[in-house]
Design a protein around this ligand. Sequence first.
Ligand code: RB5
Length: 144
Amino acid sequence: MSEKFGIASDHGAFELKEYLKNVFSSQLNMVDYGTDGEKSVDYPLVIQAACNKLLAKEVDRLIVLCGTGIGASITANRFKGIRAALCHDEFTSEMSRRHNNANVLVLGGRVLGKELAVRIANKWIETPFEGGRHQNRLEQIEKC
Ligand code: RB5
């Protein structure tokens, strides 16, 4: 796959971020935007920094995590041009790509088991956007 992926989390999902990075970095071009340990950090700052890298096109897509995924999701969706999908299962992960062209996948480190998180991320990574009528809807979102 030629796409480049970023990954970032706060301390609440540091362990899961490291796990996902280890699983995917052998098959994907993946850049780690922190955090780099269990020490408490403010998720808005880590997630904002990673979103700015995505918008600057340093990476093509982004995976962000916090304890629940909620704070990371709220933060990422404040950025125009970002479509962040908080997913807890493979179906919503797949649909977030097919219908919503989500460019950010959000996961909760205190919510998901590691293997489920891998399956959700894998589905999101491999699923294409369908375009067509869904593209019109994305353009409507951009006018908000
Ligand atoms: C950090 O304790 C926690 O609040 C954060 O990881 C996240 O769950 C916020 O939504």
